[in-house]
Design a protein around this ligand. Sequence first.
Ligand code: NAD
Length: 489
Amino acid sequence: MSREQKAVERARKAFLTGRTKSLDYRITQLKNLLRFVNERQKEIAEGLKKDLSKSEFGTPLYETLGIESEINQAVSKLKDWAAPRPVTKNLLTITDQVYIQPEPLGVVLVIGAWNYPWAVTIQPLIGAIAAGNAAVIKPSEVSAHTAKVMEDLLPLYLDKELYPVVTGGVTETQELLRQRFDHIFYTGNGTVAKIIMEAAAKHLTPVTLELGGKSPCYIDKNCDLAVACRRITWGKYTNCGQTCIAPDFILCEPSIQDKVIEEIKKNIKDFYTENPKACQDYGRIINQRHFKRVMAMLEGSTIAVGGENDESDCYIAPTILRDVKPDAKVMQDEIFGPLLPIITVSGADEAIKFMNQREKPLVMYVFSQDKKLINRMIAETSSGGVLANDCLIHFSVSTLPFGGVGNSGMGSYHGQFSFDRLSHLRGCLIKQLKMEGVNKMRYPPHTAEKLGWARFLILKQVDFGSLGRLALLALLVVFVAVMLQRYTD
Ligand code: NAD
């Protein structure tokens, strides 16, 4: 039996003991995870420094603060999330208990990516724990130092049987994928996502796919360009452009292109100094394979700012490309690096058309003072999420679902969305073995009169929220009286 198979079997056995059914048990595990994050900041930061040259203060800001916030929310809200959720009833079920009961799915496989290796691996894990599942955690082998920290230290804090960490590369991931899971939560690229879905289909396992894509950023000329460009500079060059929700490219009118370039250039200097290579807040490309991939995208486009690079250090300077052609190499795939192409369009109409001719992105960015234009862009395009007049920060709002649509992914998470995604929302109806007279209308022989009653009782929705208790009682009395009169002998 392989190591991967053993880990999954052990997790399933632990799940079947039923210990995750207890909300207190889940809360203890979540608190242990929080303690891990707080006590192991040093090891977490050291791993990320080696993997991606992340800075001492950048690590908590971009990786662990979000984890802390998600844990705090799950701990404080878990009782509400896990409680039965009463639903609106029809007249036929008015005296029954009708509700949704979230229940754990079983064993979840969490496969993480390398760019924010803690955030994208641990945040789904928080949802899995909160929902009462076991979870096999597979960190990305590309961020190898972080994977090692996870493998060595997480088991010191979490239930080792329920939440094993399995490290390794493609071979190990594929061995895991041969096992049966109750949900696979994958973060990464679309090509591998297809392999994941194919493997999941063999066991009819549901999947969540958190992917990327080319998130467009339209800058309206009716806009405070200084503020817009500062926010875009931050959104684009954080983590050296290796952010799934980074603005991939800019769309703007030709009349503002020079000003946009000038403003972004100014902000690059403000954020990362004249020499970003020596600035501790400017990261590195994860490895030489990705360095070569990003550099090859420059072919055929005009560099307006940046372009300096050093392969031995995986360094690519913050770069802006001007007057980029829609069919240029840099416009073929998600960039996932510090290149910012600007494509000029005649205005919002052409920008919307441009977006709609391409795959649905993870985010649609729009910068404008004009609320009507923002609403129009939202109404006439489709994307995983929308952010107007800022970058990245929607990721930090736990009450918003985070996820893609179409090619940018399927299924969303964060906060209660993670809990619901990794739960089975079980529909429950509990009747009493009384009032059998009411049911006569559904038993043969079927007649037109019985059908009439069925129509009335089934189609009439009762919203308990808007009814006073007395009105409800009166309705019930009338209903029961009528039914008894009609159908009792
Ligand atoms: P990656 O190379 O780390 O791959 C992700 C996982 O897939 C790893 O755990 C790896 O072991 C596994 N894997 C790789 N090849 C495999 C194969 N052939 N068979 C089975 N498993 C395999 O990460 P990546 O894909 O380079 O990540 C970057 C992508 O992730 C970008 O497209 C980015 O936009 C996206 N992303 C999305 C989000 C999001 O939340 N939507 C977050 C981060 C990254």
